[in-house]
Design a protein around this ligand. Structure first.
Ligand SMILES: [Zn+2]
Length: 222
């Protein structure tokens, strides 16, 4: 029988991870308790409808752009349907990930925000609103994500505080530091983003310090 060294419980069957804390179990496994269950992925009607809608938008967009030649006013040589296709892909990717079990919310949120920001920058580059994007939109999006991650860190009951905090720190501090060195003068929104990040981190250490320390020991087997 396998054993979870952290939860101090024994797990029958051939589980590799602890069902409570997801840590790796110790000991040797036994015969599986349950027959192999090949779950047929059932996708909801909502999922199928939105997927169809995305395909319709994509095909109509490409047709109007490349075959009919309809252009965005003011952008005569821009194939806007390619931008549309890119965004549809991001949206579908985001929805798909919501259906995929197992990955923590912190990683999910952070990856999706990063992807969205990159897509937004590409769009801004082609449509010509790059300056406001860099000065305002990106830092605001990052600050909002940091706040969301810290809120999740507080309401999380599975001992995943640290992953939220680290995600928050990563997306707050790294771009701000890059921004500081690349730009002559750091835009105000970036300064606010960095301050939000640091203040929330200090708050998290004050309120959740013990939980973070415990999680640190658990994850790194100290
Ligand atoms: Zn456990």
């Amino acid at each position: 029988m396998r054993r979870c060294p952290y939860c101090k419980i024994e797990i029958a069957g051939d589980n590799v991870k602890c069902p409570l804390c997801q840590s790796k179990l110790m000991g040797t496994g036994e015969e599986p308790c349950y027959p192999k269950f090949e779950a047929k992925k059932k996708r909801s009607v909502f999922y199928k409808s939105q997927l169809l809608a995305a395909w319709v938008l994509l095909i109509v967009g490409l047709g109007l752009d490349f075959l009919v030649g309809i252009q965005l006013p003011g952008y005569s040589d821009l194939h806007w349907s390619l931008l549309l296709a890119m965004w549809l892909l991001v949206v579908e990717f985001g929805i798909m990930r919501q259906f995929k079990p197992g990955t923590g919310s912190a990683g999910k949120v952070t990856k999706l925000v990063m992807l969205t920001i990159v897509m937004w920058c590409i769009t801004a580059y082609f449509l010509g609103f790059m300056k406001i994007t860099i000065d305002l939109v990106v830092p605001c999006a990052l600050a909002a994500t940091i706040v969301a991650n810290f809120v999740l860190a507080f309401i999380d009951k599975n001992g995943n505080t640290m992953s939220y905090l680290l995600s928050g720190m990563f997306i707050g501090v790294v771009p701000s530091v890059i921004c500081y060195f690349v730009m002559d003068k750091m835009p105000l929104a970036w300064v606010i983003c960095l301050m939000v990040c640091v203040v929330l981190f200090i708050g998290a250490v004050i309120f959740k310090g013990r939980a973070v320390a415990a999680e640190f020991q658990r994850r790194f087997h100290l």
